[in-house]
Design a protein around this ligand. Structure first.
Ligand code: ADQ
Length: 478
């Protein structure tokens, strides 16, 4: 079996791959452990030029080498904080209004990708399969190809791919798509994302797109058939596919149940004094629709006074990327709105919105999900949204909560048992909350079972194995 090399902006630490840090890290590490190989990327540290150039630092864990490099302040500012998070992230989430474009940041983005690729070269063996993750690393394969690497290289985009007109707001859009075409396989979260990429290639790059339709696999049990595409553009031929990222639902269910009787859950229960609980958990990001969500909850209290004092929204949202200006703005706005709504509807013993900005342990979160009556997940745009899947998996099968989910989360395509809402429609969201709060047990159970079946059918292992087997089957580039 060929070795695997995983490349991602951040590399999990060996401890994170074992513990509760995140399903994705555990899932990817599982594949690395089986095949043996390397996990390569940024360590998360900002260091001097001398230290950066001395890397990568190698840590061996069984058959897996964790290889990390530090970034200089200039590289961090241009590649990470600049082009990745102040240009690509907002545009790919349809927030052109929040995006900025600076030529020197784009140059830094390409420079760091080339530098990282160069750092990886020494660790690559001829038959290795290379799996690159996410928007920080679009030009990575092109840089490797430039150094003569002929291995199979695949790319998975965790976030949405925007429609061509939106992508075109980034001045070097054509170079980005050309860079993507240096991969052998491109994986997207949803059919819409794949379609948007195909549209760009066909219309703007004058490439040839063959939609191969649903791919039917040998295994009769396997109906994970997804659209497959074949592209010819910029002198290269490559494949595209839809790979919906998942979770390990049974593990989450087990851990959520195990943590159920811990002190933090008992404390929460006691503090609620019999009130219903709505849970929201996100990274603090403008794509997650937090302010719109607060407004819909406010409408519920405004238009359905019988719920005042009877329902609490807990929003957990630790700040991320706080050195990017637009993240400061969303944080201030959210704090202001929580304060305003609480000022309006609080009583001496009741606070409608509990807004918590600290980070919580993963299993703790799952046990809080299990305690709640509603999972309120309403992003304005989201590649998949694993919180939605985790919420479902954490429920008590005998008394499950209801997932209220945005139609703009990738997860909406799979979780048909959720109450789907448009996050721009406050009245519609508030009606969905009310419906979920009053939903009879039989309907909650039926919806939960539908969602759980979808999660089991397409878990994190299926996502990972399908991508890797498709990548292994593309012809080796010459
Ligand atoms: P994110 O934007 O980070 O990921 P999401 O999928 O919701 O979004 O969360 C990823 C993980 O972070 C989940 O395991 C979740 O539990 C955890 N998490 C989120 N908020 C947390 C909090 N406040 N405290 C602790 N843990 C928290 C990107 C894309 C998504 C895509 C994922 C995976 O933006 O659309 O689903 O990658 O592909």
């Amino acid at each position: 079996m060929a070795r695997l090399i995983v490349v991602s902006n951040r590399v999990a630490t060996p401890t994170e791959t074992k513990g509760s840090a995140g399903g994705l890290a555990v899932g990817v590490f599982g594949a690395l452990k089986d095949a043996g190989g390397v996990w390569f990327g940024w360590s998360g540290d900002v260091v001097s030029e001398t230290v950066a150039n001395a890397g990568p630092t190698l840590v061996q864990e069984g058959a897996v080498t964790f290889a990390t490099v530090g970034l200089t302040k200039k590289d961090y500012d241009q590649y990470y904080r600049g082009f990745s998070n102040a240009t690509l992230w907002p545009v790919f989430h349809y927030r052109n209004d929040l995006a900025r474009y600076e030529r020197d940041e784009y140059a830094g983005y390409r420079r760091v990708n080339a530098w990282l690729a160069h750092k990886l070269i020494k660790l690559i063996e001829p038959d290795d399969i290379i799996w690159v993750h996410d928007y920080h690393l679009i030009p990575f394969a092109e840089a490797l190809r430039g150094e003569g690497v002929r291995n199979r290289i695949g790319f998975f985009l965790h976030i949405p791919f925007p429609s061509p007109q939106v992508l075109q707001t980034i001045p070097p859009h054509d170079e980005l798509v050309k860079s993507l075409c240096c991969y052998d396989l491109l994986g997207f979260q949803t059919r819409n994302d794949q379609q948007a990429f195909h549209d760009y290639v066909a219309r703007e790059a004058h490439g040839v797109v063959r939609e191969l339709g649903l791919k039917h696999r040998q295994d009769k049990q396997d109906n994970h058939s997804e659209h497959e595409g074949e592209i010819e553009a910029y002198g290269r031929k490559l494949r595209t596919g839809v790979y919906r990222i998942g979770v390990f639902p049974d593990e989450i269910a087990e851990q959520a149940a195990r943590y159920e009787s811990r002190q933090h859950v008992l404390d929460l229960k006691q503090s609620l004094e019999g009130r219903k609980l709505i849970m929201s958990v996100d990274r603090l990001d403008y794509s997650k629709g937090l302010v719109e969500r607060f407004h819909a909850f406010e409408q519920l209290l405004e238009h359905s006074p019988e719920w005042r004092g009877k329902v609490t929204l807990v929003q957990i949202a630790p700040p991320t990327r706080s050195d990017v200006a637009s993240y400061k703005v969303i944080r201030e706005e959210l704090e202001r709105e929580a304060g305003r709504i609480n000022g309006r509807y609080s009583g001496l013993d009741y606070t409608p919105i509990r807004y918590l900005s600290q980070q919580y342990d993963r299993w703790k979160l799952m046990s809080l999900f299990r305690e709640s009556q509603i999972g309120y997940v309403t992003p304005l745009h989201d590649g998949m949204n694993l919180v939605a899947k985790e919420y479902v998996a954490a429920q008590n099968p005998d008394d499950p909560g209801v997932l209220v989910l945005s139609i703009f989360a990738g997860a909406a395509a799979e979780l048909s048992g959720a109450l789907l809402v448009n996050p721009h429609d406050a009245a519609g969201m508030s009606e969905a909350l009310e419906r979920a709060l009053s939903m009879p047990l039989a309907e909650r159970k039926a919806r939960y079972e539908t969602n759980m079946e979808a999660l089991r059918h397409n878990d994190l292992g299926v996502w990972r194995d399908r991508f890797l087997s498709d990548l292994a089957s593309v012809p080796q580039p010459r």
